[in-house]
Design a protein around this ligand. Structure first.
Ligand SMILES: [Fe+2]
Length: 325
């Protein structure tokens, strides 16, 4: 029901109060209707996740600019993470695998965004409930997982990256440990999803800097694994193994990583898994200085130019995840 006379607005230029008309039918997006007034930043964010370049905006039906939405503090200390919608979606048997994967991804990213804005112990606890359901989904629903693994991100925000690495990490752990009782995949999943939580303690201008970091900025950035470990230790919510993932996800198999320059088996297997997922998602996401790579290209570069960063046989199993079912 789009009207060709209405202007197209870029996703980055959307504002609260605009009346948008989506060129999609109701089952292709997570909103109640295909045309509505944007009420929150969260909705703008969900619109971005649909992968559209522009949407139509009807100025006549938009809220007038002179009556702006009431100011809401961006970081409210009381803001609680919500996982109900995520869990309801995961348990919804009427959704097709493709739609389920898309909506689960959206809710998961929203959950991680809220957590990273308010990384309280209470919120970490709540997020674990959501992650636990996602882990169950990955373990039990191969068709949804197939789509979930093949959604790549348009933007490289810490929260979208967290979800992608979470899904990739759990999927690889599933392949490696599916016949073993020795691994707690729920706890592992929490570690993968929260691997970058330490970035909340790093200067945001460094996190979002579009160009190359200076040596000083790089040193600051490299604090995030130990900062993450500290946050989780203080929140007293995770297992030692989950925290190890956070601490070791930038270690490299050849000893060239950080913070400790561990090598080989000195790096916990969970840390070795996370580093593969982390690099793959970074390569397949758009960055300010380069476009995202196709999965095939990213895997090829990882194999041909970066293989010494990883444990080779783990990487070979990682590649197998992307084969058609
Ligand atoms: Fe990281």
């Amino acid at each position: 029901m789009t009207d060709h006379h209405l202007p197209q607005v870029k996703l980055d230029d959307l504002k609260i109060g605009m009346y948008v008309i989506l060129p999609l039918s109701w089952h292709e997006h997570p909103f109640l209707k295909s045309h509505f007034v944007i009420q929150s930043e969260g909705e703008i964010w969900k619109l971005r996740e649909l992968g559209l370049k522009t949407v139509q905006v009807d100025a006549a039906k938009s809220r007038r600019p002179e009556t702006p939405a009431p100011l809401q503090p961006k970081k409210s200390p009381e803001k609680r993470v919500e996982t109900t919608e995520l869990i309801t979606t995961i348990r919804d048997r009427s959704l097709t695998p493709e739609n389920k994967s898309r909506i689960v991804k959206q809710h998961s990213v929203a959950m991680m965004k809220d957590l990273l804005e308010n990384p309280t112990a209470q919120n970490i606890k709540e997020v674990q409930k959501g992650i636990s359901e996602i882990v169950q989904l990955i373990l039990n629903d191969d068709s949804t997982l197939h789509y979930l693994l093949n959604i790549t991100s348009h933007d490289f925000y810490t929260y979208t990256h967290s979800v992608s690495v979470g899904v990739l990490g759990v999927s690889l752990a599933k392949i490696l440990f599916k016949n073993s009782d020795a691994h707690d995949l729920q706890a592992l999943g929490v570690g993968f999803f929260l691997h970058d939580i330490g970035k909340v303690n790093i200067d945001p201008s460094i996190i979002t800097k579009p160009g190359k970091l200076t040596p000083d900025e790089m040193n600051e950035m490299r604090r995030h694994p130990s900062q993450g470990f500290k946050i989780l230790h203080e929140a007293k919510q995770l297992t030692d193994e989950s925290r190890t993932i956070v601490l070791q996800h930038h270690e490299r198999f050849d000893g060239g990583g950080y913070p400790k320059g561990l090598r080989d088996q000195e790096i916990h297997i969970y840390g070795r898994i996370c580093s593969i997922a982390d690099v793959y998602d970074a390569l397949t996401s758009d960055r300010p200085y380069r476009q995202k790579m196709l999965p095939f290209t990213a895997l090829k570069i990882m194999r041909e130019e970066m293989i010494h960063h990883f444990q080779r046989d783990l990487f070979e199993k990682f590649i197998m995840m992307f084969r058609a079912p």
